[in-house]
Design a protein around this ligand. Structure first.
Ligand code: NAD
Length: 264
């Protein structure tokens, strides 16, 4: 299938480098004809994101730190000026203090709990509101989550709690914006080696465990996440909203490792 995104314009938030999940999504969307705008967090990121964005023909690249709501507003004002409307949005933004992505969840500080929630959860609600205002003919929004939201993943801690709230936000936002023809979904990706992923203690162990025990016996690529994002952001999924779609080689369905694997 070709040109599934032809004539569609959207914003991708969360590319840090060419290992980012958002980059896997952006490449796939661009390959299907989408016109993309990107945000980057701070000038340090700009030098990596700019060549990537330009390489797939994007001319809109804007700074945005979701902790600074004025920078979020500025992004949507620019999109309104340049494009008037958008068709889709990718939110692939998360942060928590590395020192609390290890040890016990019980030791999470109030300060880092709030910061993690604002950046990794509430930013999606704030951004969805601004994106929806630019979607007079409907649209599709996605965010990225992880299975540590519903089951305990050691060291994921406060990020798991933030992802649980993010997933609940997806359902509430889907109900709020559904009447306007705007769909809201999340992709729950299996572990991927990225900057954010590396912040979690024992990330390599987690990665290898899931690789060994997932039904497909492997992890997923950012291009595979991109394929599912294409489905959720294109007209292939016009009947789908409020879903948490797993792209994790099936890891989430297992209640214990398969005995064949345990015996090896
Ligand atoms: P990444 O480090 O490539 O991307 C994280 C992005 O968040 C970066 O671009 C960073 O600039 C941005 N960000 C952080 N704080 C921000 C702020 N205050 N304002 C604006 N942007 C900010 O890592 P990734 O793994 O591609 O992460 C993308 C999303 O995927 C995150 O929501 C993450 O939780 C989720 N996810 C990752 C994995 C994994 O294993 N890597 C698995 C499931 C879900």
């Amino acid at each position: 299938m070709q040109d599934l995104m032809k004539g569609k314009r959207g914003l991708v938030m969360g590319v840090a480098n060419d290992h980012s999940i958002a980059w896997g999504i952006a490449k796939t969307l661009a390959g299907q004809g989408a016109e993309l705008a990107f945000t980057y967090q701070g000038e340090g990121m700009a030098k990596r994101v700019r060549p990537l964005a330009e390489g797939i023909g994007s001319s809109i690249l804007l700074p945005c730190d979701v902790e600074d709501i004025k920078s979020v507003d500025a992004v949507f004002e620019t999109l309104k000026d340049k494009w008037g409307s958008i068709d889709f949005l990718v939110h692939a933004v998360a942060f928590s203090d590395k020192s609390e992505l290890k040890g016990r969840y019980a030791d999470t500080s109030r300060e880092n709990f709030s910061r993690t929630m604002v950046i990794s959860c509430f930013s999606f609600t704030e951004i969805a509101k601004r994106a929806a205002a630019l979607m007079p003919n409907g649209g599709s929004l996605i965010t990225l989550t992880y299975g540590g939201s519903t089951r305990v993943m050691p060291n994921y801690n406060v990020m798991g709690v933030a992802k649980a709230a993010l997933e609940a936000s997806v359902r509430y936002l889907a109900a709020d914006y559904g009447p306007a023809g705007i769909r809201v979904n999340a992709i729950s990706a299996g572990p991927v080696r990225t900057l954010a992923g590396a912040g979690i203690a024992d990330a390599r162990l987690m990665f290898n465990y899931q690789k060994r025990h997932a039904p497909l016996r492997r992890t997923v690529s950012i291009e595979e996440v991109g394929g599912s994002a294409l489905y959720l952001l294109s007209d292939l999924s016009t009947g789908v909203t409020g879903e948490i779609h797993f792209v994790d080689s099936g890891y989430n369905i297992m209640s214990m490792p398969h005995p064949d694997v345990l015996k090896t």
